[in-house]
Design a protein around this ligand. Structure first.
Ligand code: GLY
Ligand code: MN
Length: 442
C-alpha cells in the first residue's frame, strides 16, 4: 500500500464516525456513495476535490462505495478499448491495484462503454453493477449518503450523475441524503501535511509574483506576463489553481479579468492575482504593481488604504471570529473590513467578499456561518475599484488560523508600497531585507 493511502483511509473512518455522531450511517444497509469527476477534451483531468480527499484516486469516471465498516469498493468503467493505451491513470481490477490504492475491492461500474472515456451521460447498462448495489440499499430500507449540496456551484457533475441514476431508478431518490456539510467541515481543518502542501504552492506563487513584477514594464502586454507566470508554475511541476489574472489600466477593476493583449502604459497599475496548485493544494496571492515602477500620489493613497484594511483584518482574525456572517457583524471579517473602509469613504468601492477558505479548491468548501477554527486556511483580500479613474487595487495573502491569531503563509512577498515599487523597478533585493531582519535579532 502507498504510504499516503493510509491518510485517505483514515479520512474515510473519520467521516464514518462523524456521520454516526450526527445519527447517520447507523443501519447495516446504509452506504456512502462517492462519484469521481469526468474527463473533458479542453482541459487536463483533475479529480473532484472531495473524491480525492477521501480516496486519493486520480482516475476519471470512477465511483466508490463505503459501508458502515469502512469497506471501500472502487467502481471503474469497463472501457470498450484498452484504457491504459490512452491514459496513464488507468486502473486494472486486480489485487495489485487494490493494494496500491488502499481499497478493499475493485469492480466494474457495469457493462462495457464505447471507447476509452466514460461519460456522465452513461447508459443504464454501463452503470448496472452499481445500480444493483444502490437498489439493494433501498430494498433493505437503508440510506445512500452522497455529496449533493444545495449550493448550485458545487458537485455539478456528481449531481448530474445522481439525476441520471434517478431517471433509471426513480425509487432511489428518497433514499439519497446529502453529506456535503460534514465533508466540508472535515476539509476545512488542515493537517500539518496539508499546510505543507499549501505552503509549497504559496512558495511557487511567490516566485511567479516576483518574476511578474520584474517583467512588468511600459509596452508589455498582459498575456506576456501571464506566460511568464505560468512558465514558473510549470517549471516547478505545478499548475494553475485558477485562471491567472493579469489586468492593467481599467481592466484592473474587473475582478476575474482574463489577460488579453492590452499594452501596459506608464501611469497605469497592474493587478496580478495568481495561484499555483501543488499535489491538489492551492495558493491564491494578489499584488498590484505600478507599470512605471512608481505609484502616483492618488494610487499610493488608495494602495495604503487597501494595505491598512488587510492589516486591520489580519490582526483581528482568530478562532471565534467569522469569515463572513451578517448576524455577527462585530466579529465577521467581511463586515469589519467594510466598516473600516466606510470610515475611509471607500466601502462602496470594495465590491467582493473579504476572503474565502483555501485548500483543495481555491474557493474551498466550508460554511462561513461557522466560526473560524484552528486549522482553517483563508485568504484576506481587500480591494478598491474605481472604473471611472481606471484604478483597481487588490492585495491578497493566505493565512493559516492558529490558536491565538493567524500565520501569513505568503509573508515573504513584500507589499509595502516602497518594496512593491522596487519590485516593479527590478531593484528589490530580498537578500538585503533578510540581512536587515537577521540583524534585528542580534
Ligand atoms: N483569486 C481569485 C479569487 O479569489 O476569486
Ligand atoms: Mn482569492
Amino acid at each position: 500500500m502507498r504510504k499516503e493511502s493510509f491518510v485517505f483511509k483514515e479520512r474515510r473512518q473519520k467521516l464514518l464516525s462523524l456521520l454516526r455522531q450526527h445519527e447517520l450511517m447507523k443501519g447495516s444497509a446504509d452506504l456512502i456513495f462517492l462519484i469521481g469527476g469526468f474527463e473533458h477534451t479542453r482541459s487536463v483531468f483533475r479529480q473532484e476535490s472531495s473524491f480525492y480527499y477521501l480516496t486519493g484516486i486520480e482516475e476519471a469516471g470512477v465511483a466508490a462505495t463505503i459501508d458502515g465498516n469502512g469497506f471501500t469498493t472502487l467502481y471503474i468503467p469497463q472501457c470498450g478499448v484498452s484504457r491504459s493505451a490512452w491514459v496513464s491513470s488507468a486502473i486494472e481490477p486486480n489485487d495489485q491495484s487494490k493494494q496500491r490504492l488502499g481499497v478493499d475491492a475493485i469492480e466494474y461500474l457495469g457493462d462495457a462503454c464505447k471507447g476509452y472515456q466514460f461519460s456522465p451521460l452513461f447508459s443504464e447498462k454501463e452503470y448496472s453493477n452499481i445500480l444493483s448495489k444502490l437498489e439493494k440499499v433501498v430494498k433493505n430500507k437503508g440510506s445512500i449518503y452522497t455529496l449533493n449540496s444545495d449550493n448550485s456551484h458545487e458537485y455539478i457533475e456528481q449531481k448530474q450523475v445522481l439525476a441520471r441514476i434517478k431517471t433509471f431508478k426513480a425509487d432511489l431518490a428518497p433514499a439519497v441524503q446529502d453529506i456535503s456539510s460534514t465533508v466540508a467541515h472535515m476539509r476545512r481543518k488542515k493537517s500539518k501535511r496539508e499546510i505543507e502542501l499549501i505552503y509549497k504552492a504559496v512558495d511557487i506563487t511567490l516566485v511567479a509574483q516576483d518574476a511578474a513584477a520584474r517583467v512588468i514594464a511600459e509596452g508589455k502586454k498582459e498575456y506576456e506576463i501571464k506566460a511568464g507566470i505560468e512558465y514558473v508554475f510549470a517549471e516547478a511541476g505545478a499548475c494553475t489553481a485558477f485562471p491567472s489574472v493579469v489586468a492593467t489600466g481599467k481592466n484592473s477593476t474587473v475582478l476575474h479579468y482574463f489577460p488579453g493583449n492590452t499594452i501596459m502604459k506608464k501611469g497605469d497599475l497592474v493587478v496580478v492575482d495568481i495561484g499555483a496548485e501543488v499535489d491538489y493544494y492551492c495558493a491564491d496571492i494578489t499584488r498590484t504593481y505600478p507599470v512605471s515602477g512608481v505609484f502616483s500620489k492618488r494610487q499610493r493613497e488608495l494602495y495604503k488604504i487597501v494595505l491598512d484594511t488587510q492589516q486591520y483584518v489580519a490582526d483581528l482574525a482568530r478562532p471565534g471570529y467569522w469569515l463572513n456572517n451578517p448576524e455577527q457583524p462585530d466579529k465577521s471579517l467581511h463586515h469589519l473590513a467594510k466598516k473600516f473602509l466606510e470610515g475611509k469613504k471607500y466601502a462602496n468601492y470594495f465590491i467582493h467578499r473579504i476572503g474565502h477558505f483555501l485548500g483543495l479548491d481555491v474557493h474551498d468548501v466550508g460554511n462561513t456561518l461557522e466560526p473560524l477554527e484552528e486549522g482553517d486556511v483563508i485568504t484576506i483580500e481587500p480591494g478598491i475599484y474605481i472604473p471611472e479613474e481606471g484604478i483597481g487595487i487588490r492585495i491578497e495573502d493566505d493565512y493559516w488560523i492558529v490558536a491565538d491569531g493567524v500565520m501569513c503563509l505568503s509573508n515573504e512577498l513584500p507589499k509595502d508600497p516602497e518594496s512593491v515599487e522596487a519590485m516593479a523597478q527590478g531593484t528589490f533585493d530580498s537578500d538585503e531585507e533578510e540581512e536587515e531582519e537577521d540583524e534585528s535579532f542580534n
